[in-house]
Design a protein around this ligand. Structure first.
Ligand SMILES: NC(=O)c1ccc[n+]([C@@H]2O[C@H](COP(=O)([O-])OP(=O)(O)OC[C@H]3O[C@@H](n4cnc5c(N)ncnc54)[C@H](OP(=O)(O)O)[C@@H]3O)[C@@H](O)[C@H]2O)c1
Length: 256
C-alpha cells in the first residue's frame, strides 16, 4: 500500500529507543525524513548509527536534549525546519508511566508526572503548528496510553495526564481542522520494549506477569513496539486524510 509518506518530514519526540524508535524506523521504511531525539547522547548516537546503516543517512536528523523544556523544543523544531525545509508531521511520543502508586501523593508528584505526560507533548505540538500550516496533509499524533482510557493498574497522575492529553488532542483537532491540520491519538496497551518497565517486571516475576497478561488482554500477549508504530504511521499517512480527532487503542482488546 502506498502511504504517501515519501519525503515527508516527521519529528518523532523521544525516539532514541522504545516505541519512538520503532515509529522512526517504520517512517524511514516508508521513505520519510525523520528527526530522532533523546537526552542520553550515547544512546542517541547508537540509534543514529543503526538507522544510518539501514536507511539513507541523508533522511535522518538527530537532536539531543530535554524536549520537556520549551526553549529546547524550539531548537529541535528549527533544526529540522532548516535541514528539510519544513515539517509535515509531529509525533509526540515522550511520556513515562513511572511514578508512585496509591493515592497519597504530593503536589510535586502530581506536577512532575503531568508535566512529562501532558504539558511537554502539548508544548511540542503547539510550537510546531506554525510550521505545519500550508503543508500537504499535515498532522499531529500523540502517543497516550490505555491508562488514560480506563482505570487500570497505573499511577493515578499518569492516567489523569494521559486522559488530559486525549481531551487536549480532541480539542486541538477541532480548532485546527479549518487549517487542514489533523490531530489524532494512539493509546497503546502493554508494550514489551527492550529495557522497558515490562521487561524488568517479566524478569522479576515472570509467572505473575504472564498470568496478568493472559487474564487482562484478550489477544493474550504483549504488543511489539512495531505494532504501535504501524498505527502511528497509518495516522500520519495519506490513507488517513479524513481521520482527525480519533483515539486509536492498540491494546489487543484490553479496554472494554
Ligand atoms: N511501554 C509501554 O508499555 C507503554 C504503554 C502505553 C503507553 N506508552 C507510552 O508510549 C510512549 C513511549 O514509551 P516507551 O515505553 O517507548 O518509553 P521509553 O522506552 O522510556 O523511551 C522513551 C524515549 O523518549 C526519550 N525521552 C524521554 N524523555 C525525554 C525528554 N524529556 N526529552 C527528550 N527525549 C526524551 C528517551 O530517551 P532518553 O531517556 O535518553 O531521554 C527514549 O528515547 C510514552 O508516552 C508512554 O507513556 C508506553
Amino acid at each position: 500500500m502506498e502511504l504517501g509518506l515519501k519525503n515527508k518530514t516527521v519529528l518523532v519526540s523521544g525516539s532514541s529507543k522504545g516505541i519512538g524508535f520503532a515509529i522512526a524506523e517504520s517512517l524511514l521504511q516508508e521513505g520519510a525524513r525523520v528527526q530522532i531525539s533523546g537526552r542520553n547522547e550515547g544512546v542517541l548516537r547508537d540509534s543514529l548509527k543503526i538507522l544510518s546503516e539501514r536507511y539513507s543517512p541523508l533522511s535522518i536528523d538527530s537532536f539531543c536534549g530535554d524536549l520537556n523544556q520549551p526553549e529546547i523544543v524550539n531548537r529541535a523544531i528549527y533544526q529540522l525546519v532548516d535541514l528539510f525545509d519544513g515539517i509535515d508531521c509531529v509525533i509526540a511520543n515522550i511520556g513515562s508511566g513511572a511514578g508512585p502508586s496509591g493515592w497519597a501523593l504530593s503536589a510535586g508528584d502530581w506536577r512532575s508526572i503531568v508535566d512529562v505526560n501532558l504539558v511537554g507533548s502539548m508544548v511540542l505540538a503547539t510550537s510546531a503548528i506554525p510550521h505545519l500550516k500550508g503543508r500537504d496533509n499535515p498532522s499531529i499524533t500523540f502517543i497516550s496510553s490505555i491508562a488514560g482510557v480506563e482505570a487500570i493498574a497505573a499511577p493515578i497522575p499518569y492516567s489523569a495526564a494521559k486522559a488530559g492529553l486525549q481531551q487536549a488532542a480532541k480539542n486541538l483537532a477541532r480548532q485546527l481542522g479549518p487549517e487542514g491540520i489533523r490531530v489524532n491519538t494512539v493509546a497503546p496497551g502493554n508494550v514489551l520494549v527492550p529495557g522497558g518497565g515490562w521487561e524488568a517486571k517479566m524478569s522479576e516475576k515472570p509467572d505473575q506477569v504472564k498470568k496478568y497478561i493472559k487474564k487482562e488482554v484478550p489477544l493474550g500477549r504483549f504488543a511489539d513496539p512495531v505494532e504501535i508504530a504501524n498505527a502511528a504511521v497509518f495516522l500520519a499517512s495519506s490513507k488517513a486524510r479524513f481521520i482527525s480527532g480519533a483515539l486509536l487503542c492498540v491494546d489487543g482488546a484490553q479496554t472494554h
